[in-house]
Design a binder for this molecule. Structure first.
Ligand code: GLU
Length: 549
């Protein structure tokens, strides 16, 4: 009776009981094996690549099982929500190919019948469950000041006993309801704690879907469930939300693994069936010889915006993340070069248990592969969309020469081994600028083949310019170049040259090298014939002339 009085005093406005909420949400109709997962960020406004990683695991697990993936906003810890953060989260995930079936759809809007999907709008629900726990003697008001708690902790540490608020150290745990009522009525501030039924001598067994079998001592701490501001802690809120929202599988960062005994206990105390848990490893990076967590402060690549600015296509980032999620992805990709990544079956039990190593070099490799398989048209569209935002000069030039640009992006695309020139859009300019006269004519740096001097190159081009024929097939063109080389004292091939180097000025590759330098200022480019066909006869001749000076 007095527990009821205490509960009413703490929550005078709460008139419902847990059963009211439990009956409000129907049990989900799911097909056998379907999983319900969620992405549950705090709306801080910073999109961390680790968030995309976690969301991708959750999204794949839900959708590949025919289940539901929803968005819940965990905003009970935030002093103030960053403006636009929810919209930004939705847009970011959409950009990476992930859409939510349910949950928040905008700053203030949502879809689905298991809401509200924003924790700050669920206060009544948390309080209803907390009130019920008080009535049942499973939760109590704690009047300790932060100073008292600190002092207790210091004493415990000095005495080498487990620090915290539990058992005999939880001074208000066994206060009678009447005493607690008197304290509240006299205006003493308080928070609510769980009256933990845990036994330090006992262990709980748990199978984490990623980490495997785990075993922990039972939780004995009287953890805070409702804070002084009336809002729930993460522990309490997630248990209630995941239960009411029908989450089958809680997929979240491994920093929560150590709290699992608390969570399991909360589910038990609240009378809920425990969900499955999967704790995903942190996104790490190699710093010198040691691995460390990808840091928001130190590593620009921790921000999702970095990938957009650098110009990694979203498909590259997703494929790369899948590579980290399951190392078997790479092999699968080799066996299924054209398949949609959605066909790859993500397996939680094959995930690395220690740390997901993030490596930009590897990302670039994956991305080169992804871009090499894209049709030229798509490369053009994605590149110009990027350039419009991040490189206006290239945007203007590339769109002014639309057809030529598509031809450039189409070089050597067909065939079993397409060229892998670009990993990200920011490296495109450097690799293709010589095609465009606007950029080529201003270049001052000219690379020559190691075996050819400036004078010799000019001499080669002076003569070659006269015999050059634009209208040939690739084979004819090369035969003609070879004939010109031989007529001018160059060996027809390496073998002939090696036999009697003193008899030749060089070999045919030196002549081709000079032509390449004259036309591109570079020694390493895609096929010369293709380049000439793309830039056109007039430009080829103009470049020869200006090269000789
Ligand atoms: N809001 C929690 C976080 O940001 C979510 C953890 C969870 O997914 O349960 O870490």
């Amino acid at each position: 009776m007095s527990l009821q009085k205490l509960a009413d005093l703490i929550f005078p406005d709460i008139t419902k009981i847990p059963a009211d909420f439990i009956s409000q949400y129907p049990k989900r109709e799911l097909k056998e094996g379907a999983r319900v997962t969620r992405y549950a960020p705090s709306p801080t406004g910073f999109q961390h690549i680790g968030g995309v990683f976690a969301a991708l695991v959750s999204e794949r697990i839900a959708h590949q099982s025919g289940g539901i993936f929803y968005l819940r906003i965990e905003d009970t810890d935030q002093k103030r929500e960053v403006e636009g953060a929810i919209d930004d989260t939705i847009a970011t995930m959409h950009n990476f190919g992930m859409d939510f079936d349910e949950g928040m759809t905008g700053q203030e809007t949502s879809k689905g019948i298991y809401g509200p999907y924003k924790q700050s709008e669920r206060e009544e629900i948390y309080k209803t469950f907390a009130k019920d726990l008080i009535v049942k003697g499973l939760a109590y008001p704690c009047f300790c000041t932060p100073e008292e708690l600190n002092e207790m902790r210091e004493k415990q540490v000095a005495a080498k006993i487990t620090p915290g608020c539990y058992g005999e150290y939880a001074i208000y745990r066994n206060l009678s309801a009447d005493e607690a009522i008197a304290k509240i009525e006299s205006g003493t501030p308080y928070i609510l704690r769980l009256k933990s039924p845990g036994d330090a001598e006992k262990r709980i067994q748990f199978t984490d879907l990623i980490k495997g079998e785990t075993s922990f001592p039972e939780n004995i701490q009287d953890v805070v469930i409702i804070k002084a501001d009336g809002l729930p802690t993460y522990h309490f809120a997630h248990a209630i939300d995941d239960h009411l929202m029908g989450t089958t599988t809680v997929i979240r960062g491994e920093e929560w693994l150590s709290s699992l005994p608390i969570h399991v206990q909360l589910f038990d105390v609240l009378g809920f069936e425990r969900p499955e848990y999967a704790h995903i490893p942190n996104v790490m990076k190699l710093d010198g010889d040691s691995k460390r967590k990808l840091s928001k402060r130190k590593d620009p690549e921790s921000a999702v915006s970095y990938y957009k600015e650098e110009g990694y296509p979203r498909a590259s980032v997703v494929e790369y993340l899948l590579n980290i999620i399951n190392s078997t992805f790479e092999e699968w990709r080799m066996e299924n070069p054209k398949a949609d990544y959605l066909e790859f079956p993500v397996a939680l039990d094959k995930m690395s248990k220690s740390g997901a190593l993030f490596d930009l070099v590897k990302l670039n490799d994956v991305s080169k592969d992804v871009i090499s398989k894209m049709p030229a048209e798509e490369v053009y569209t994605l590149y110009t969309a990027w350039a419009k935002e991040f490189d206006q000069e290239m945007y203007d030039i590339v769109t002014a020469h639309k057809e030529m640009s598509k031809a450039i992006f189409g070089i050597d695309k067909e065939g079993p081994k397409p060229r892998k020139d670009f990993g990200k859009w920011s490296e495109v300019k450097e690799k293709i600028c010589y095609f465009y006269n606007e950029l080529f004519s201003g270049e001052t740096e000219v690379e020559f083949p190691k075996t050819v001097t400036v004078e010799e190159a000019k001499e080669i081009i002076t003569g070659y310019k006269e015999v050059y024929d634009f209208n040939t097939t690739q084979e004819e063109w090369f035969e003609e170049l070879k004939a010109y080389a031989v007529a001018n004292g160059y060996a027809a091939d390496r073998k002939a040259y090696k036999k009697a180097p003193e008899a030749f000025k060089g070999m045919v590759s030196d002549v081709a090298g000079a032509v390449r330098t004259a036309l591109t200022h570079r020694t390493n480019t895609p096929d010369l014939y293709t380049i000439m066909q793309i830039i056109g006869e007039e430009e080829v001749r103009a470049r020869f002339s200006s090269f000789i000076g």
